[in-house]
Design a protein around this ligand. Structure first.
Ligand code: DSN
Length: 473
């Protein structure tokens, strides 16, 4: 499709919205302007293609379709079947998985589906077996009580939050941290890297039902072959949440021991991060878990979103094209160029660099908290997010880290030279920002001082850097 056709489609859609609620149309236009003009370095964000975005705004949004392809609880789902089957087929082909479930609305939902499937497959409970066999009328109140207790007190071993793990891998703010008895493995304090011997030791001691690998703030590859061996040695189900790096798996940057699909019993992902699709989730697994995974809706999910599944099909088709592999490699090249540029200017990086799409700066080296650094960068047209570093003394709210990622800027076409210029802008802001004080004059973890002239100058340089790489020209 030509750029003109895309532009006309978006403009027309905006005019239709404007006719009903102009403030929404204005907010949409303002969001595009913001995303166009700032350096978007949030590691989990990207720019979906016009085809992906346009596939979401249509009549599929109006259709209910509980169930799975060819087996729905509603009539008239033949077109939903078409797009769901296409999305699943593209996902299977792209990742080499035998089964794909494309209904989850988000990464948390995909993980819930996976947890359910593993519990249903693994927990030894006569009551659960009866419920699974749809003999629910045979269950007594005592059976239901036992079933709830047995399902809800299983063991999960995942990567700790401050080492880069995710909330849904057994942490308190998420239901996984309440229903599972959870332990975590961290990283080596000297290197910042996963120590597989320590993971094996933790697994031997704790004997988890589920071993989870995957991260949202670990800047390195994970060896999934070793993790699977650890899981097998204690009889655990091995689950990988590849939400952050699914694009690198799709683009064959992560292969062999670093591709989770051949090694894990079950893999979950979001579709909107490095994979560059619509906001949503997905589960991949082998035949042994497929039946339980397909019960995701209505077991733990609300009705599927057919318009988003249509967009998933489009984005997955895009990811199967040869140029996606080139894109995925450029994401990593750019992250390494950004890390090198920061290191040369004196920044401290967790693990000393990166081999994926993200870089984690320990901003305590600049005398700042993550929150101060995040806001100072935002004032300067650089959008990042604060993040804990391992053993973070500032906790999960203020933090000591800034996480930056390259999937979005790589989509716009920026390369190594622009990454070096970006490193210079980030370093300038962090170097010129100082901690501020609260109203009582006491040191504050949130307040900061940055000369507005510096913020303005960096903001202008950031915008100039983007000018040759227009978003939706
Ligand atoms: N919120 C996502 C991220 O930014 O990494 C993970 O769920």
């Amino acid at each position: 499709m030509s750029r003109n056709a895309e532009s006309t489609a978006f403009r027309s859609a905006l005019e239709v919205v404007r006719g009903v609620e102009p403030r929404v149309a204005d907010a949409i236009a303002a969001e595009l302007a913001d995303q166009r003009e700032s350096l978007k370095l949030i590691a989990s964000e990207n720019y979906a293609s016009p085809a992906t975005l346009l596939a979401m705004g249509n009549w599929f949004s109006d259709k209910y379709a509980e169930g799975t392809v060819g087996r729905r609880f509603y009539a008239g789902c033949q077109n939903v079947d078409t797009v769901e089957a296409l999305a699943a087929e593209h996902a299977r082909e792209l990742f080499g998985a035998s089964h794909a479930y494309v209904q989850p609305h988000s990464g948390i939902d995909a993980n819930l589906v996976a947890f359910w499937a593993i519990l249903a497959d693994r927990v030894e409970s006569p009551a659960l077996r009866k419920a699974q066999a749809r003999q629910v009328n045979d269950l007594t109140e005592a059976d239901w009580f036992a079933l709830r207790r047995e399902l809800g007190n299983q063991r999960m071993l995942g990567m700790s939050l401050d080492a880069g793990g995710h909330l849904t891998h057994g942490f308190r703010p998420n239901i996984s941290g309440k229903m599972f008895d959870q332990r975590s493995y961290g990283t080596d304090p000297a290197t910042g890297l996963i120590d597989y011997d320590r993971v094996a030791e933790a697994a031997r001691e704790f004997k988890p039902l589920i071993l989870v690998a995957g991260y949202s703030a670990y800047p390195r590859k994970v060896n999934f072959r070793i993790m699977r061996e650890i899981a097998d040695s204690v009889g655990a189900t091995f689950m990988v949440d590849m939400a952050h790096f699914a694009g690198l798996v799709a683009g064959k940057v992560f292969t062999g021991d670093f591709d989770p699909v051949p090694h894990a019993h079950i893999v979950t992902t979001t579709t909107h991060k490095s994979l560059r699709g619509p906001r949503g989730g997905m589960v991949l697994c082998g035949p042994e878990l497929a039946d339980q995974v397909d019960r995701g809706c209505p077991m733990v999910l609300g009705g599927p979103l057919p318009h988003v599944m249509a967009a998933k099909a489009v984005a997955l088709a895009e990811a199967r094209r040869p140029d996606f592999a080139d894109y995925a490699q450029r994401i990593v090249d750019n992250a390494q160029a950004l890390a090198d540029g920061l290191l040369r200017r004196g920044a401290t990086l967790v693990t000393g660099g990166t081999d994926n799409h993200l870089v984690l700066i320990d901003v305590s080296g600049y005398g700042l908290t993550g929150r101060q650094a995040e806001q100072a960068l935002l004032d300067s047209g650089i959008v990042t997010n604060r993040n804990s570093v391992p053993q973070d003394p500032n906790g999960a709210w203020y933090t000591s880290g800034i996480r930056i990622g390259t999937p979005a800027l790589t989509t716009r076409g920026l390369g190594a030279a622009e990454m070096d210029a970006t490193a210079e802008l980030i370093h300038t802001v962090l170097n010129q920002t100082t901690p501020g004080t609260g109203p009582d004059g006491a040191p504050s973890k949130a307040k900061y001082v940055l000369d507005p002239a510096v913020a303005e100058s960096v903001g202008k340089q950031a915008a100039d850097l983007l000018t040759p790489f227009p978003l939706y020209p």
